[in-house]
Each structure stands twice: as C-alpha cells, then as structure tokens.
Design a protein around this ligand. Sequence first.
Ligand SMILES: Nc1ncnc2c1ncn2[C@@H]1O[C@H](COP(=O)(O)OP(=O)(O)O)[C@@H](O)[C@H]1O
Ligand SMILES: O=P(O)(O)OC[C@H](O)CO
Length: 678
Amino acid sequence: MPTAIRQTTPLIASIDVGTTSSRVILFDKFGKEVAKYQIEYSTSLTSVREPIPKPSNTDGPIYSSVGMQIKENEHLQIEDLHNVLKKPSTLNYPKPGWVECNPINLLINVLQCFGSTLLALNKLNDNLIHEDLPIYKIASIGITNMRETTIVWSKKTGLPVIPYGVVWNDTRNAEIINSLKKTVPNDVVTSIQEKTGLPLFSTYFSCSKLRWLIDNEPEVKKEYEAGNLMFGTVDTWLMANLTKNKAFVTDVTNACRTGFMNLDTLQYDEELLKFWDIDSSKINLPEILPSSGQFGTFKISDTIELEDCEYFPKEIIDVLYDFCRSNVSIQGCLGDQSASLVGQLAYKKGSAKCTYGTGCFLLYNVGTKKLLSRHGALTTIGYWFPNLEPDDQDNDFNKPQFALEGSIAVAGSVVQWLRDNLRLFPRAQDVGPLANTVPDSGGVVFVPAFSGLFAPYWDSNARATIMGLSQYTTASHIARAAVEGVCFQCRAILNAMTSDVFGKKTDPKVDLLENNVVTEVTNASERKLFSTLCVDGGMSRSGEVMQIQANILGPRIKIRRSPVLESTALGAAIAANMAGKTKEERALWKDFQDVKKYVFYSGHVPSKVMSTQEKIQREDILFDGHPNLQYFKSQSSDADRRQHWKMWETAVNRSKGWLTDIDVTNDSGTGTPENGVE
Ligand SMILES: Nc1ncnc2c1ncn2[C@@H]1O[C@H](COP(=O)(O)OP(=O)(O)O)[C@@H](O)[C@H]1O
Ligand SMILES: O=P(O)(O)OC[C@H](O)CO
C-alpha cells in the first residue's frame, strides 16, 4: 500500500555561536522556539565558580503555535568539565588581555546542540503523528556567530593549525597596533578607514590578529609560506565543517570585520592585504557572499569523529547522520550583531538596535549608502539579502544595507567577571537585584576597559579602573558601578551617532542628549532613532539593568526591550528564509512585513489606515504574546544624571592610556584617543 504523504509544518534551524554560549533554535512561522538547546561554555575560570542552582520548575509550561508543550524541548547545559584533561575549556584566558577559544569545542558544542534539538523534534513529531497532525520539517538552516574571532586551519587536513582561535576581545596584538601608530602617515590611516569603515589603530579586527599569528606561531608561518593556511572567522570555520569541507565561504557582514574587505567593492582589497603584509598568493581566504543564498548542504566533516567522541551519545550521532541524509541547505549567514539588527526587524533606514551580550553593540541602519562616522562609530554591513524585492516605498532591500556601529567590548563579560573572578554572586541574573539594593553607586565609577576602550573612545592602551572607592563602598556599589559602566558607554555612543546623523561638525563637548539640538533633526525616521532604543541580548533580560540604562540616557530616549528574546538567532533564520528566489519559495515568511505580521502580531493583519481601536487591539496582541516586551523610561533627575555623567567622563579620561603611561620605555605622553574621534 502506498504510504500517504504526510503534511508538514516548516521550521528554520538557527545556529547561534556567541562568545560565551552556543545555541540551536528551531523557529516556526510565529517566531516561536519549537525546540532549543543551549550550551554555556566553560572557561578557564569555571572551576572557581559555585555550582549553578537548578532552574525552578515553577514557571508555567510554554506552548508552541500549534498547541504543543515545548518547555521540555528547551534545555540549557553548562559545558561539562569533569574531564578537563580530555576536553579543555572552550574559552581560555591564558594571560592578561589574551582570550582564546577552542575551534574543535565550538564545533562539538554546535553539533551537541543541533543533535539535541533534533531529538526533541523527533519526540514532538511522534506526538503529532499520534494525533494525526502535520509534522515539523526543517526547511533550511541559518548560522550566526561572534565576529572578528580568527581561526586558522590546514588546507590538507582541515584541522586547526594551532589549538586555539584568537577571540575578538583579545589584545595580544597591541604591540602591532602601537608600532603602526608611530609609523603610519595620516593620509594612509584615513584611506584605510574609508575603505574598511574601521579604525586602523585597534586590536579588535581580524587583520592584526592574523598578522600576530603569522609572526608569533611558527606552525602558522610554515603553513602560510607553503600556501596551506586557511583563514576564517567563526562562520567560515563552521560552514566548512558543516558542509563536509565543500564550502569555504563567508558573508559580507562577517568579511567586513576582517579589515581586509573594501566596503565599496565588497571584495578583498589587494592594498589592504599588502598593508598587513599578507601575500594573497599564499593565504587562502574564504569567498565573500551575500548573507542569504545557497552556502552548502548540511553534512558533517571528518574533523571530529563523532563515534570516537565521548560527548556524543549514540542517539545523537544517529539523529545527526539521519539529518545529513535529508540534504537540508544552509541558506543564511550573518555576524551576530547584524543578525540581531534583522531579528529586531530594524531592517529599514533610520532604525536601530542595541544588543547586550558579552559585549554591547549598537547598530543604526543607514540604508544602502555607506556613511562614514566622524565621531568614533564604525561603518559596517547590516545585511545583504539579494533575492528580496524592494518594498512599495522603494526601499532596495535586495542591496547591501549599511549601518553605523558603536561597539563596547565589555558588557555581560563584566557580569561574568563579578561572578567568576570576584565571586560576588553565583548566577549572571543576580547582578541586577544586587545592583538594585543601593540607590546609586555611592560615588564609585567602574570603567570596564578590560580590553581597552572601543567606541567611541578607541584606546587600546586604556585599562579598567574602579574609582571613587571609600570605606563606605560595598559589593552592591561595585556591582551597580559595573552595570553603569556599560550603560555610560552606550550613552557616549548615542551621542557620537547623533553627531554623525546631523552630518555637521558639532562641538564634542556638547552633550547632545541633554541639549535641544536633537530636535533640529528634520527627517522623522532619524529623529525616531534617538527617541527609542530597541534592546536585546543576555544582559537586557535584567529589568534592573535596563532601568539603570534608561536613567543614564535621560528623558529624551526610552528603551524598548525586544519582544523576541532570541533576536540574534531569529535574524539568522530570517536570512535563511529570504534565500528563496520568489515569495512562494520562502518557507516561513514572504518578506519583512510578513515576519512582522506573524512574529510580532501573531498573524494579525494591519489595515492600511488603522482606527484607534484597531491600534489598541494590535498592541494588546503584541504585549499578550510577548511577556519580554517592556518599555523603560528615565526616572533620574537632571541634576543627578548630569553629575553622574561628569563623573563617568572624568573616570574615562583617567583610564585612557594607562599602558602607555606605565611603560618606562615610552615617555611620549598620555592616553590620547587613537583615531575616529574628534
Ligand atoms: N539576567 C541577566 N542579567 C545580567 N546579565 C546577564 C543576564 N543573563 C545573562 N547575562 C549576561 O549576558 C551574557 C550572555 O548574553 P548572550 O546574549 O547570550 O551573549 P553571547 O551571545 O555573547 O554569548 C553573559 O555575559 C551574561 O553575563
Ligand atoms: O558575543 P557577543 O554577542 O557579545 O558578540 C560579539 C561580537 O560579534 C564581537 O564583534
């Protein structure tokens, strides 16, 4: 008897590899997480951590859009380090300022998460078959990742040449940057900045990390000289290993963070490679592609033998190999900050988002024309979905979309530092309540410049300082000052971007968030950026932290916490979806409007002109379906806020140039900001 063809409900699988955790989420059309598995990485400091209390089971169940209970399909695992010798930790801090990740572990974690979500999916499908309902089927896969992190592997073996990747916030390359500062003429600095959109004198980007590896790791140099060195960021490493080494590719949003890509041509630039003394005939660079399209078919490479790896129970191996046979394509790839821009639906020119993960990154969509910052923001690529159609207002969504970016190196990582190094509390979510036990920081200012200062200050010689300590200071004051240190930097970035958007030179001493000058912006969408800040990421889960942020920003800006908790992962799923050549070929959503309709408004169609009643109804749908959605407004007095800001600016100035000032071989002066700042 022929088997009846069973109806299916499409899902998109999103692989999200952050700095401190990996997760795989299966999204349905409503943006609901049908299954999810997350692994928080162990670090070389994990052993000093107190055991994590088990999550409470008191929360109610979560149901998917088709009424299935999905709570049990959501799982957070803390990487098991019982056997440290066999499996080293994923993140390591071997020396001050050095941050390394283990590329093989990244891959193992992703496969563990993927296999576990597939198992959960199979269970769900068994129930659906039993109920004679359509079963779930993964239509495509999207990948999103921490950016800039540099991994090198061998063309011959596919294995990492050294057992670590250099993470984006690692500062081992500071010497390279310091010596460039002394030798590179200003016109070259400007020309490189115009091509890449990035400040030259920063340890942040892949170019100086690759240079360091070739200069300091003999094995890397040997492979490079032999033409055998493969260079990639985390997306490229994963993509190669999840397509059985068929794809050696990256996307524009990742490539533009290497320092080798020209923002105008969207290709590697010979002059940039030459500047870093990288011979393009020796190095193997991944092909740069749009963020949405056919990257390859999901197949597991031989880099790790699943059968020999004790981390994979047989049922996970079976389900992974089984999935490989279904030939599902990887169709989306975005750097994580670009992905959350898309996932927050900030796809139109004039919209912005701020993600508080390990670092904090504010992206402001400037549309299809590259805009260079004169006030310390970066120019980056938001997304490039070539198959999308322009909308009825002629927005060319099929062209590369540019963004201004304010990058803060330390956000959630200062919370981890308080937790793991100072052992102030056992869990990240304890920081908000602890900070909230005091009404203010008691005069303490914490500049969390563990990796130097990024935007808008750009000073890799700055180091973290805690100022204003007194006998009165308690752990609560320090926790509050740490959180404030992140929030103050966000305010500094908003100030810088406001200046860029004005397009005219403004006095850097004028605090634009405190002055009426903001109302001079005539374009309504631009004004909107500076009235609402859409936030997401781990640290934004804390209502206390977001209230502190609102108080620091003041009454001009309110904060809107995204209705979707996992905006980054959702962004990668949207990228994979938009690879369909026509609206009909897109598995979940026809276009951005359709994403908004289903993910935010549960399928409720907006009429062209909505009555007040309809608007209220629609808002009710939004709030009912999304308990995470919340607005935060400033409760600070003008006098307090201005006083705090002054304290912050004073403390920042004292932390700048610390490494230069204490260097006896260098008497050339104190921490002058490096570039990109007026
Ligand atoms: N409730 C919370 N309050 C404050 N910080 C938090 C909370 N939950 C997570 N974090 C912080 O957020 C970070 C993780 O956020 P996430 O968005 O997953 O980051 P990443 O993508 O960089 O791994 C961690 O550094 C953690 O310290
Ligand atoms: O790990 P996150 O989410 O803080 O993101 C890291 C960034 O991509 C670094 O540029």
